[in-house]
Design a protein around this ligand. Structure first.
Ligand code: PMT
Length: 404
C-alpha cells in the first residue's frame, strides 16, 4: 500500500466507528488517506477523529470551506488509486445507483474516475430488501466492487447479513484490487505455523512459530492473483481473505494434507516449523506427577519437504523450503537445499529477536539450486514474502525450476 492514494467515504451507520480503524490500518501500511464524511456520519464519529488518524483535512459538507468549490471533482480523479465507501448505508448505495448527487460524498463519487469499492453495512432486513439488492446489482453491473457484508449479531440486536466486514479484510480486499496480478493463473501451496505433538490430553511438544511468515506468503501470493491453499498448524492468525485454509495439528496431519493436494500446485512453499520428533505414544489420560524425573520416548516425524523433493519428478513444481538455523547458516541451508531436492531455500537466523520466529520482521538469505545466493535487508515479513515471490516469478520465467 506504500504511496497509494486512498479516499475513504464514511456514511451514517453505527459501523462508522470501524472506519477509524480502517483509516489507521491504511495509514500504517504506508497509504495516503483522505476522508469524506456524510453529515449523518458525523453523528457517529467526529471529523476530528479522522483528521487525527489520516493527518489530512476531512470534508463533510459541500460548501463549508473557503475555496473548496471543486474539491468534489479533484478528490476522485486519476491520481487517486481507490475510493472506498465504508460503511455504505442503503442511502448512499441508492444515491450512487440512481445518480443522485446531493452532498460532497455522492457528488465526488459521481465525478470520480478512480475505481470504487463499496462495503455495505446496515440492518439485515434493510440489506435483503429488494430495492437495496437491486441497487447493489446495478452497481456491480457498472464495474463497482462490492464487498459482501458479514453475518452475525448486528448493533440493533438482530442476526443476519449486514455487518461491515472487518477492517483488516477491507484492507486486504483493497490491496488485491491494487496489486499487479503477476501470479494470476498460478496455484500456490503454503505451509505455515508450528505443529503440535500431543504427549497426553493436556500437554504437547511444539515450537515458537506464530505462522506470521507463512501467512504473509499466502497473503502476498493471493494479492498477486494466485489460487492459494494454506495448510497451517495452530496459530492465532486470521486466514487471509480468498485463501483456502486447511488447519492441521500434528506433523503427520500436515504430511497427509500436503500429499493429498500436492499434484495441483505450481509452487509449494514450506514455511511451517514442523516438529522433527513426536512422542512415540500419546497417553490416554493426563500423566500424573510422581517420580522426580520422567523420560519421554520420541520418534521421528516424516520429513514432508524431503518427501516432496524425492518425488518431484512425478509431481513437477517449484519447491521452496525454509531453514531455521542458529549457527552455520549457509552450510546447513545448502545441505537441506541439496538433500531435499529444492529449487530454493530461505534461511533465517532464529537466534535473532528481529528475525525468524515471532517477530514482524525478517532478514533472509535465499539460496538457489544453481548456487546463487541473495541476502535481504531486515524487512517486514510482508516485504520478505513479496521479495521471495519476485524471485520465484523469475525462476519460472527463466524456466530454472526443475521440471516446471
Ligand atoms: O511463524 P513465524 O513466527 O513467523 O516464524 C517463521 C519461521 C521461523 C517458522 C520460518 O521463517 C521458518 O524458518 N520456517 C521453517 C522452520 C523449520 O522447520 O526449519 P527446519 O530447518 O527445521 O526445516 C527445514 C525445512 O523442512 C522447512 O521448510 C520445514 O517446513 C521442512 N520440514 C522440516 C521437518 C519435517 N519433519 N518436515 C518438513 O517438511
Amino acid at each position: 500500500m506504500k504511496g497509494k492514494k486512498i479516499v475513504i467515504g464514511v456514511t451514517g451507520g453505527i459501523a462508522a466507528y470501524k472506519a477509524a480503524e480502517l483509516v489507521r490500518l491504511f495509514v500504517k501500511s504506508g497509504a495516503h488517506v483522505r476522508v469524506a464524511m456524510t453529515l449523518n456520519a458525523t453523528w457517529f464519529v467526529t471529523p476530528l477523529t479522522f483528521e487525527t488518524l489520516s493527518g489530512s483535512g476531512v470534508i463533510s459538507q459541500m460548501f463549508d470551506r473557503e475555496g473548496a468549490s471543486v474539491d468534489h471533482i479533484r478528490w476522485g480523479q486519476d491520481d487517486v488509486d481507490l475510493i472506498i465507501i465504508a460503511p455504505a448505508t442503503a442511502n448512499i448505495i441508492a444515491k450512487i445507483s440512481n445518480g443522485i448527487a446531493d452532498d460532497f460524498l455522492s457528488t465526488m463519487v459521481m465525478a470520480a474516475t478512480a475505481p470504487l469499492l463499496v462495503c455495505p453495512s446496515m440492518n439485515s432486513r434493510m440489506y435483503i430488501n429488494p430495492a437495496v439488492q437491486d441497487n447493489i446489482r446495478k452497481l456491480r453491473e457498472r464495474g463497482i466492487f462490492i464487498m459482501e457484508p458479514g453475518q452475525g449479531e448486528l448493533a440493533c440486536h438482530t442476526e443476519g447479513p449486514g455487518r461491515l466486514p472487518e477492517p483488516e479484510d477491507i484492507v486486504e480486499y483493497a490491496s488485491l484490487l491494487l496489486a499487479e496480478q503477476d501470479f494470476s493463473g498460478l496455484s500456490v501451496l503454503v505451509t505455515a505455523g508450528p505443529t503440535v505433538e500431543p504427549i497426553d490430553p493436556v500437554r504437547y511438544i511444539t515450537n515458537r512459530s506464530t505462522g506470521k511468515m507463512g501467512y504473509a506468503l499466502a497473503r502476498a501470493a493471493r494479492r498477486r492473483g494466485a489460487q492459494v491453499t494454506l495448510i497451517s498448524g495452530p496459530t492465532s492468525l486470521r486466514t487471509p481473505a480468498g485463501v483456502e485454509a486447511c488447519p492441521v495439528k500434528t506433523a503427520e496431519e500436515m504430511m497427509q494434507a500436503v500429499m493429498d493436494r500436492r499434484s495441483s500446485f505450481d509452487i509449494i512453499i514450506k514455511a511451517a516449523a514442523v516438529s522433527d520428533y513426536r512422542p512415540g505414544k500419546t497417553a490416554d489420560h493426563k500423566i500424573k506427577k510422581g517420580a522426580d524425573s520422567l523420560t519421554l520416548d520420541l520418534v521421528k516425524n516424516p520429513d514432508i519437504l524431503a518427501e516432496l523433493g524425492r518425488t518431484k519428478k512425478e509431481h513437477p513444481c517449484i519447491l521452496v523450503g525454509f531453514a531455521a538455523e542458529t549457527r552455520d547458516l549457509l552450510e546447513n541451508a545448502r545441505e537441506k537445499l541439496k538433500s531435499k531436492n529444492l529449487d530454493m531455500i530461505v534461511v533465517n537466523d532464529v537466534s535473532r529477536t528481529d528475525a525468524g520466529f515471532e517477530a514482524d520482521t525478517n532478514m533472509v538469505r535465499m539460496i538457489f539450486s544453481d548456487g546463487r545466493i541473495e541476502d535481504s535487508p531486515l524487512m517486514t515479513k510482508d516485504e520478505v514474502a513479496d521479495l521471495i515471490l519476485d524471485r520465484l516469478k523469475a525462476l519460472r520465467e527463466n524456466n530454472a525450476g526443475s521440471g516446471c
